[in-house]
Design a protein around this ligand. Structure first.
Ligand code: SF4
Ligand code: SF4
Length: 383
């Protein structure tokens, strides 16, 4: 191809990507600025502008390069880090400590987090009790808004929530990218059923004890958000468990395996989201006529969601989080985003564009507030 042809192709591709980005540009402008940009506080205005540009540049590059995962991961990882930073910052402002007491729980001074949802189900269904009321602290959502948002995102994205909506998934996603090659290559596939066992356990124990048992005893993200005051052997044991699970499943194993081990082996919400993959409009499809069974996609999946058998059968498992890593890895474009009811291999670009628009919009809406808070806080530290 001669140079002038190349330049004209590039211009066309830039123009097309800008056109795809325009709706995202307008929507994110409205929800980030509320429709009225206000630069009276320069650091807050600069934080908003930075996040607005970050979101739209990443979205533009998804269209321009045709690749999904690395641009998704940049925002996803920044989201997880920012959420922890701004949560800790707010906790320190509100109660001068990262730790909370039993009284804080009873007075609803703890922000509600989506990971609590699995243990709300049985108590809410059978006793009509809310065991973890939560409240709005410094802009963090309360129970009703969180459940509504999660429900909409889950029905639309299914387990895609785990790669496009989760507040914490960016932690193990980030650590799973540190090494180029895994040190541990083989892990039994049976472990991927573990989140279902954890889900059943936390639902039953929460219903029996009327306490959010996952939060109280297991959640690894207590290590990077708020945690119970260490005042007794019991609270010290809990702190030890949080730190060990965080160190093991969120840091060490993701680095050693290049897999998202916390999401794959522990998270009870991941189990519910996997089930909801059965009803969502968006899926990842395998076009058997284009696939040469090289299994590159299987190697690259960070969630143990794809096996050689799945490829041979031509369907992705219910554990798929729609991260796009396998789609990017396939040089034959045999594995692609699709829409339920439309056969594999057809309407690939339309399906991808629609899925990206919806899922990226969810991620931008969930993440923008905490990223702006964090940038704003950092700017105030610098200036
Ligand atoms: S990377 Fe593509 S061609 Fe290779 S097994 Fe996966 S879907 Fe088939
Ligand atoms: S199957 Fe593909 S899209 Fe689904 S989790 Fe694995 S790499 Fe991501």
């Amino acid at each position: 191809m001669d140079n002038s042809l190349k330049i004209s192709e590039m211009r066309k591709s830039i123009g097309k990507s800008l056109l795809y980005t325009l709706p995202m540009f307008l929507i994110t402008f409205i929800f980030i600025t509320g429709g009225r940009p206000n630069f009276s506080d320069p650091s807050s205005g600069l934080a908003m502008l930075t996040v607005f540009l970050l979101v739209n540049v990443l979205y533009f590059f998804m269209h321009y390069t045709g690749k999904t995962d690395k641009y998704r991961a940049i925002l996803f990882i920044i989201f997880a880090l920012s959420l922890s930073y701004s949560l800790i910052h707010n906790m320190l402002e509100v109660r001068k400590s990262m730790s909370f007491s039993q009284a804080d729980i009873l007075e609803c001074k703890i922000p509600f987090c989506h990971l609590v949802i699995p243990m709300m189900i049985l108590p809410a269904a059978f006793t009509k009790s809310i065991i973890f009321p939560g409240s709005i602290i410094g802009g963090f959502a309360n129970i009703s808004s969180m459940i509504v948002l999660w429900l909409i995102a889950t029905v639309v994205l299914g387990r895609g929530f785990c790669s496009w909506g989760c507040f914490y998934g960016g932690w193990d996603d980030g650590f799973s990218r540190i090494r180029k090659r895994p040190v541990i290559k083989k892990i039994s596939e049976l472990w991927k059923w573990m989140p279902f066992a954890v889900l059943i356990m936390v639902m039953l124990t929460a219903a029996l004890s009327m306490m959010p048992t996952y939060c109280s005893w297991i959640c690894p993200f207590k290590a990077v958000t708020e945690f119970e005051q260490v005042t007794s052997v019991e609270s010290a044991t809990k702190a030890g468990i949080f730190l060990s699970i965080f160190g093991g499943l969120v840091v060490v194993l993701p680095v050693m395996t290049r897999k998202r081990t916390q999401c794959s082996y522990l998270c009870p919400l991941g189990a519910i989201n996997s089930l909801s993959n059965k009803i969502t409009p968006f899926t990842v499809k395998i076009d058997k006529t284009a696939c040469n069974e090289c299994f590159k996609c299987v190697e690259t999946c960070p969630l143990f969601a794809l096996t050689r058998e799945d490829i041979k059968e031509g369907k992705v498992s219910l554990f798929c989080s729609k991260c796009g890593k396998c789609v990017d890895a396939c040089s034959r474009k045999a594995i692609h985003y699709g829409i339920r009811g439309i056969p594999a291999g057809t309407l690939k670009y339309f399906s991808r564009n629609l899925f990206l628009f919806v899922s990226f919009l969810f991620m931008s809406m969930f993440s923008a507030g905490s990223i702006i808070n964090t940038f704003h806080g950092l700017l105030k530290l610098i200036f």
